[in-house]
Design a protein around this ligand. Structure first.
Ligand code: BJW
Length: 306
C-alpha cells in the first residue's frame, strides 16, 4: 500500500540500522508469551476481579488482604515464568545501541532476568519484587525480595489459586467458582467463597511499625518514580529521537502512553508490535513512515532486531 504504516521487515531493518536514538515502550503483551496475564481483554481477570480494579490505593485500603493475594499470585507466576525471545531481542538491541532505552510498564522482572543493561531499562510502574510501606509519610523500601510467598499468611494463595485454576479447567466457563477454604482463626468467608485475611495478620513496616507493607508497584492515582521520569526526560531532551517501538501495550495508561507523542514530536517514527491493533490508545494513529507488525512480540521482535 502507498499510504499508512508498513509491515515490511526489511524496510524496518533499514530504518533501525540508520537510527541512533531509539526507545521501546513495553507493556504486558511483551510477557504474554512467557505465560503472564495482560491487564485488559482476555487474561485481564483474577478470580472474580478485573485486574485494574485491584491496582489502586483505595482497593488496598478497602481489603489489603485481597490486594496482597492478587500480588502474591502475580509474584508467584512471574517467578515461575521465564523471559522470552522478545525480552532477549530488546537486550541485544540495548547492547549494540548505546542510545537505546527500554521504558517498561511491566513489573514482572523478566527484562531484568534477561540481563537487560540496567542503565538502559526504565521501570515506569515499579516492580513486584520491591516492598514498600503504605504509610505515605514513611519511606521504607526493601529491594529485590524474591520470597514466594512474601509472607507466610499469603501461602494460602497458592492453595486457593491452584484450586481455582483446576476448577476453571474442570467447570464450564459460566459456572461460578466455589472453593472450599482452609479454616483458620485469622480467615473468614467472603460471599465469593474465598479467604479474607485480617489486616492485622499482614506484614507491617519494620521502620514505622504502623504502616502495612505493600508491593512496590505504581497504582492508579500514584505518581511514577520521580527519578526515573527525570532520567527519561533528560534522555528525550538530548536530541532528535529516530524511532519508538510500542510493544505489547494498549498505550492507554498515562503518563506512559504520552511517550509515543513525545517521541513523535522529536521526529520519531512509530513502530507498533501488538497481537491486536484494534485498540491502541496513544499509538493508534499510525502514518506513512510508521510500522505495524501484528502478532506475538516474542516471535516478531527477534525478526526485527536480527
Ligand atoms: C500482545 C500479546 C503478544 C497481548 N504479543 N502483544 C491523562 C489522561 C487520562 C487519564 C490520566 C492522565 N494522566 C493520569 C491519568 C490517570 C491514570 C490513567 O492513565 N488512567 C487511564 C486508564 C485513563 N494514570 C495514573 O493514575 C498514573 N498516575 C498518575 O498519573 O499520577 C499523577 C500523580 C502525579 C504526582 C503525584 C500523584 C499523582 C499511574 C498509572 C499506574 C498504572 N499502574 C498499572 C498497575 C501496576 C501494578 C500492577 O502491575 O498491578 O500498570 S495499571 C496497568 O496498566 C499496569 C500496566 O503497566 C498498565 C498498562 O497496561 P498494558 O501493559 O498496556 O497492558 P494491557 O493489558 O492494557 O495491554 C496488553 C497489550 O498487549 C494489548 O494491546 C494486547 O493486544 C497486547 N498483546 N499478547 C504482542 N503475545
Amino acid at each position: 500500500t502507498l499510504f499508512g504504516p508498513s509491515s515490511d521487515v526489511e524496510e524496518f531493518s533499514k530504518v533501525l540500522q540508520s537510527s541512533r536514538r531509539v526507545l521501546a515502550l513495553c507493556g504486558a503483551g511483551l510477557s504474554a508469551a512467557s505465560g503472564l496475564d495482560t491487564f485488559r481483554g482476555a487474561g485481564g481477570m483474577w478470580r472474580n476481579h478485573q485486574a485494574t480494579t485491584l491496582a489502586t490505593p483505595d482497593a488496598f485500603r478497602a481489603d489489603p488482604g485481597l490486594v496482597w493475594l492478587f500480588y502474591s499470585y502475580r509474584r508467584h507466576r512471574a517467578l515461575q515464568a521465564r523471559p522470552n525471545a522478545g525480552h532477549v531481542a530488546l537486550v541485544k538491541l540495548a547492547e549494540r545501541m548505546p542510545d537505546f532505552i527500554t521504558l517498561t510498564q511491566n513489573v514482572d522482572g523478566l527484562s531484568q532476568r534477561a540481563n537487560h543493561p540496567r542503565e538502559q531499562l526504565k521501570l515506569l510502574h515499579g516492580t513486584l519484587f520491591d516492598i514498600k510501606c503504605f504509610n505515605s509519610s514513611c519511606n521504607y523500601v526493601e529491594q529485590d525480595n524474591y520470597n514466594d510467598p512474601y509472607h507466610p499468611i499469603l501461602a494460602i494463595h497458592s492453595a486457593e489459586d491452584d484450586r481455582l485454576a483446576a476448577a476453571k479447567k474442570a467447570a464450564d466457563s459460566s459456572t461460578p467458582d466455589r472453593i472450599a477454604n482452609m479454616e483458620s482463626a485469622t480467615t473468614s468467608q467472603t460471599p465469593e467463597g474465598t479467604t479474607r485475611i485480617d489486616p492485622a495478620d499482614l506484614p507491617h513496616c519494620p521502620k514505622c511499625k504502623t504502616g502495612l507493607l505493600r508491593p512496590g508497584v505504581v497504582w492508579f492515582g500514584e505518581g511514577l518514580p520521580a527519578d526515573t521520569l527525570s532520567e527519561i526526560d533528560e534522555w528525550m531532551d538530548r536530541g532528535k529521537v529516530d524511532l519508538i517501538m510500542v510493544i505489547g501495550t494498549t498505550a492507554t495508561v498515562w503518563p506512559a502512553a504520552g511517550y509515543v507523542e513525545d517521541a513523535r514530536a522529536r521526529g520519531a517514527r512509530v513502530c507498533v508490535v501488538n497481537m491486536d491493533s484494534a485498540e491502541l490508545g496513544a499509538a493508534g494513529q499510525l502514518q506513512t513512515g510508521d510500522f505495524l507488525f501484528e502478532g506475538d512480540a516474542s516471535k516478531i521482535l527477534p525478526e526485527l532486531v536480527k
